[in-house]
Design a protein around this ligand. Sequence first.
Ligand SMILES: Cc1cc2nc3c(=O)[nH]c(=O)nc-3n(C[C@H](O)[C@H](O)[C@H](O)COP(=O)(O)OP(=O)(O)OC[C@H]3O[C@@H](n4cnc5c(N)ncnc54)[C@H](O)[C@@H]3O)c2cc1C
Length: 473
Amino acid sequence: MSCGRIVMGIWNYIKNSGRFNAACYTLEWVGSLPGKRESRRMDTAYLLSQEDVLRHTDFADGGFYGGWYMDFHPAEGIGSDEDNCTQIPVNVYAVPLRCLYHADFPNLLFAGRNIGTRREAFVSTRVMNTCGLSGQAAAALAWGCLRWGKSPATLAPEEVERIRQTLLREDMFLPGLSNQDPEDLARDAAVTASSRYQPEEGPAAGWFSLEQGGFVACPCPDEPRGRFLVRADAPATLQAVWHCCPLPSRLCPGQPAGEQSWRLTAGENWLDALFPSQAQGQYGMLVFDPAPGVSLALAERRAPGILCGRADAPEYRDSLFLPGKNSFYAPENVVDGCSRVWRQPHLWCSAPEAAPWLELRWDTPRTFDTILLYLDPELSMEIPSSRTDHWEDHHKFAARKGMPPQLMRDVSVQALTENGWRTVACCTGNRRRLLELSAGEAVTATALRLVCEKTWGDERAHLFEVRVYRQHR
Ligand SMILES: Cc1cc2nc3c(=O)[nH]c(=O)nc-3n(C[C@H](O)[C@H](O)[C@H](O)COP(=O)(O)OP(=O)(O)OC[C@H]3O[C@@H](n4cnc5c(N)ncnc54)[C@H](O)[C@@H]3O)c2cc1C
């Protein structure tokens, strides 16, 4: 069937079925050269491969990331007898800036669908979210080329690194890269806070059935063990396989790393989880075999970065999993250079309290005018990148209702100047993940205190990173 006939058939349905209120619409334009998916390849300085997507190649010029399934459709199109769609889940992977240019065309950048990849990588990179990120990376690359008066292929490694640091500052995630920006004054501040959250033993706030299996994912604590509560209707054996990965997903738990099993008595059982040595410095994920009559206890509050769920359901729950000694939510995490969950939670989370605060303090006064806050809009929630109401169950992403409760809403910043403490910036009704606060003038201070007056629902403050700059001179 030709593409033209498919397009006209769909248009006929939209206009004439009476279901879309489109009877008075006209079709203005249809591409006359339908380029079938995967029928063109852009030949860039580097072609991203299947190996890069599945093995997470660590590129020195990684400029953005992907994470959608390798999502194959048959070459014959919708008339094919093959399955319409074969999806191989992948973890987050980096895409190098070299996929955005070719040395022979110094004034041309690629972005979106037409970046340089091999077919097996293209079927993952071509989704709208990844296309959007490639646009941000291309813009930063263009900025670098203009700044140093060079073509993309002739940029020096330190210039590429500067572009990557600029992307990081603008909240791009670059797997494994941390903030090294020498202009960020927060990096050499001592950090303290009003409190720090610690998951505590308590009664279950609910139960999550392991009848069809399930998982618990937790970053490996300093003391590589944890405790969790299960309930069994009758004596049973619970079995699980450990997996390790920098950031596991429900469909891609990472490398298998041994098994663990427990004998359960009828009723409630606190169990020890012993992280395997391979989990050190990354996530451990316990993937449970189906266990009829056994349920995992749920926590009253979310412990950021610790989740449970099932592979076939895109909804995560809050596991009552108590990690061993750890620094998961310590205040100093806000200057550890990483602004997302990756191997560790990398955030400060306060205890539940009124107006939690975090303080940066320097030995000598610093002059600044801008504060950047990298907040928590509940990054572990899976966001749909398509309308999939009629798709498979594991595709039915939950729609976000309202604002994420963890996100800071009303924030004020106070500075300790030679005249004492004074408020230098504030924001009410924030809806952004990256919140830029301007003091409106240069402020010289030895300490800076960020007060979370209100969130969109949580009684705790969540903050991944703080940066402090003097932007205007
Ligand atoms: C049928 C289908 C279903 C899809 N489903 C999903 C999905 O569910 N989820 C998902 O994330 N992705 C999906 N994708 C993939 C995704 O939508 C595309 O890969 C992505 O939108 C491409 O973005 P882009 O900006 O690179 O290109 P485009 O969105 O194609 O934008 C290119 C623009 O350039 C314009 N243009 C072209 N030539 C010129 C010119 N000479 N001068 C000026 N303008 C010009 C075009 O009109 C167009 O507006 C789907 C794609 C298709 C075709």
